[in-house]
Ligand binder design. Structure first.
Ligand code: SAM
Ligand code: DTB
Ligand code: SF4
Length: 318
């Protein structure tokens, strides 16, 4: 399989614009060839530090400046996080992802506690993923030493559209953190959101930027905006679920071996739309009744969906 890092926008756009059935067919073909094991890893999310964030990300219910009703909570205690990780593992999760509403990591007791959480999650034989905001290279190295498997840091949209969504940091800050993560030997989870008012070219440009990374991100989450009252994007018109299918198929075609994750927004999608996303190359979901602060389908509902489609969940290691 030919892995490329030099896509240009028109080429990406041409893939995105293919007729639906042709696009799904091609993505499915690439998927079967590139991803040998056709099993779906299940990731469970926990917000370990909620709300009160100084950043102004226009989509985010955790930004302190918007009044969204999310109650700010300090960094959780390690035993509570590990109890949640154990329940997630018992429910079938293979990866446990810990999210903190921080602009960036600061060295000190709080970061030390996160490192302790990572070690504890690994001791449960789960993959440990963190999403903590910006990281220096030294912090990335310490996370790696603690056993961190993956780091989530989304580009969210194109460079051109970035400043219409976030003004408190720059696109290059994002890329720098991704480089620090890569240099430390932690796998990269990076994707974005659709439905924020961006153009189709912005969506394609974001995928192009991800595919320009060498190596490609191991994991690419595609989120549909969860419109939260109180955020500046609360009144955005919903995007069609077929746009999720387009994005997922295009991500699969550009990054054949990546784990493409059908992430936020599944509450707004029926079972058939979610299955179409899986046919188009999605091979991972967040499961559990909560994402970070917003809802996600019920566990039983997800298990029924996977069973009906004959999709096997990847077995937990322990
Ligand atoms: N503070 C860290 C950061 O910004 O990288 C980590 C947590 S942040 C909540 C992780 C990601 O969640 C964001 O990059 C964004 O892509 C996604 N996200 C946040 N709010 C969302 C929403 N309302 N709808 C869809 N995705 C959302
Ligand atoms: C990602 O791309 N999506 C997840 C995870 N990475 C951290 C977060 C989605 C958050 C949706 C809004 C919320 O629940 O607060
Ligand atoms: Fe803060 Fe992350 Fe939300 Fe932005 S996305 S406001 S950085 S928690």
């Amino acid at each position: 399989m030919y892995i490329r890092h030099d896509w240009a926008l028109p080429g990406v756009r041409a893939l995105r614009d293919l007729p639906l059935l042709e696009r799904v067919h091609r993505a499915q073909t690439v998927h079967r060839e590139a991803v040998q094991e056709n099993k779906v890893p299940l990731c469970s999310l926990l917000s370990i530090k909620t709300g009160g964030c100084p950043e102004d990300c226009a989509y985010c219910p955790q930004a302190a400046r918007y009044h969204t009703g999310v109650e700010a909570q300090p960094l959780m205690e390690t035993p509570d996080v590990l109890a949640a990780a154990r329940s997630a593992r018992d429910a079938g999760a293979t990866r446990f992802c810990m999210g903190a509403a921080w602009r960036e990591v600061k060295d000190g007791p709080q970061f030390d506690r996160v490192l302790e959480m990572v070690r504890g999650v690994r001791a449960l034989r789960l993959e440990a993923c963190c999403t903590l905001g910006m990281l220096t290279s030294g912090q990335a190295r310490r996370l790696k030493e603690a056993g961190c498997t993956a780091y989530n840091h989304n580009l969210d949209t194109s460079r051109a559209a970035y400043s219409s969504i976030i003004t408190t940091r720059e696109y290059d800050d994002r890329l720098r953190t991704l480089q620090n993560v890569r240099d430390a030997g932690i796998t990269i989870c990076s994707g974005g959101i659709i439905g924020m008012g961006e153009s189709v070219d912005d969506r394609c440009e974001m995928l192009r930027t991800l595919a320009a990374q060498d190596p490609h991100p191991e994991s690419v989450p595609i989120n549909m905006l969860v419109r939260v009252a109180g955020t500046p994007l609360a009144e955005r018109p919903p995007v069609s679920t077929l746009e999720m299918v387009r994005m997922i198929a295009t991500a699969r075609l550009l990054m054949p071996r990546a784990m493409v994750r059908l992430s936020a927004g599944r509450m707004q999608m029926n079972a058939e739309a979610q299955l179409l996303c899986m046919m188009a190359g999605a091979n991972s979901i967040f499961f559990g009744e909560r994402l970070l602060t917003t809802g996600n389908p019920e566990l039983a509902q997800d298990m029924a969906l996977l069973a009906a489609a004959g999709i096997e969940a990847l077995a937990p290691q322990a």
